[in-house]
Every structure is written in structure tokens, then in C-alpha cells.
Design a protein around this ligand. Structure first.
Ligand code: AMP
Length: 174
């Protein structure tokens, strides 16, 4: 079976989670499958191998899983973008709108040196609000975002429209 079909098969769709109307893409069966997890990481590694990547930046929490594996294989650093109040040293913060209410993301100010070449990673690109907020943090750190990489892009939500100045790569589209 082609690799992408193997991955797609391992993503469980849970209707009405965490609230009515959301078809939640649960990647835990994919992560739990040795073959699928290996194939997923290798698909991203193949895309960036041969390029200079200084940092892979993951967004809490599921973005960390892919970002850590990718950083390890590329021999890059790993930077964490976290929910508010989790990072202990001085941070940059950004607040952004969710469907209902606001959320905040933070990154340590001193982890990425200016002009670092980074790949920003998350599991799902939905409306694009989360990645857009993460990109504004990376802009504040003055790094060069080579690409935004996600496992699944929910194309009907057109999250890419918020990320117009950036290259976006999704392994699977839905
Ligand atoms: P958004 O800011 O709308 O692009 O949402 C992206 C964030 O919400 C990601 O960090 C995802 O983990 C999560 N997310 C949004 N929609 C879904 C979905 N249908 N299934 C799983 N995760 C989702």
C-alpha cells in the first residue's frame, strides 16, 4: 500500500469531539503503529534532508511529537511553543482568537538565535489561527521560517489564506 494511504488509514476520525460539529483527527493510532510512525517521520525527514535546518519548532502538544522526531533525525535543535504559564524563563507571548474566546502561545526569548533557519511543525492545520500566532512569535525572534509543515491539512477551512507569506507543506489533505 502507498505510504500516504497507510498513514491515512491510521488516523481515526472522532465525530463531535471536543464539541459538536468537530470531526476530530485522532493521530494516536498512527503514533502507536511502529510502521506508520516511522513512515510519517521519514516522509518529513526526506523533505528537509540536505537543507540547512537549525531548529524544528513544535506547537504544544501534538506538534511536539513530530517536531522532536524530525529535529533528532535532521540533527537540528528543538524549540517548544507552549500554552501560557508553562515556560519558566522570559518569554515572548501572542494572544489570538479562537472560535470562542482567546488563547495564548509563548516561546522562550533566548532559545533561537536571530537568522536561524526553522521549520514550524504542528499536527493539524485547520483555520490557521494557531500557526499564524506561532509565526508571529518566530517573527519576533527574527528567525527565517523555511516552511510550515503539518501532518493533516483541513483544506475546506482554507487555513493557508492566513499564512500567505509562508510556504506550507501538508503530508495529508482532507
Ligand atoms: P487552527 O488554529 O484552527 O488551525 O487549529 C489548529 C490546532 O487545533 C492544532 O493545534 C490542532 O491540534 C487542533 N485542531 C483543530 N481542528 C482539529 C481537528 N479537526 N482534529 C484535530 N485537531 C484539530
Amino acid at each position: 500500500m502507498p505510504v500516504l494511504d497507510t498513514l491515512r488509514e491510521k488516523i481515526r476520525v472522532v465525530p463531535d469531539f471536543p464539541k459538536e460539529g468537530i470531526a476530530f483527527k485522532d493521530i494516536t493510532p498512527l503514533l502507536a503503529s511502529p510502521d506508520a510512525f516511522h513512515a510519517m517521520v521519514n516522509s518529513f525527514v526526506g523533505r528537509y534532508a540536505g537543507q540547512r535546518v537549525d531548529q524544528v519548532v513544535g506547537i504544544e502538544a501534538r506538534g511536539f511529537v513530530l517536531a522532536a522526531a524530525l529535529a533528532y533525525k535532521l540533527k537540528a535543535g528543538l524549540t517548544l511553543i507552549r500554552k501560557p504559564g508553562k515556560l519558566p524563563a522570559e518569554t515572548l507571548k501572542v494572544s489570538y482568537e479562537l472560535e470562542y474566546g482567546m488563547d495564548t502561545l509563548e516561546v522562550h526569548r533566548d532559545v533561537v538565535t536571530p537568522s536561524s533557519r526553522v521549520v514550524l511543525v504542528d499536527d493539524v492545520l485547520a483555520t490557521g489561527g494557531t500557526i499564524c500566532a506561532a509565526l508571529s512569535l518566530l517573527q519576533g525572534l527574527q528567525c527565517e521560517v523555511i516552511e510550515v509543515a503539518v501532518l493533516i491539512e483541513l483544506c475546506s477551512l482554507n487555513g493557508r489564506k492566513h499564512l500567505q507569506n509562508h510556504q506550507v507543506f501538508s503530508l495529508l489533505q482532507d
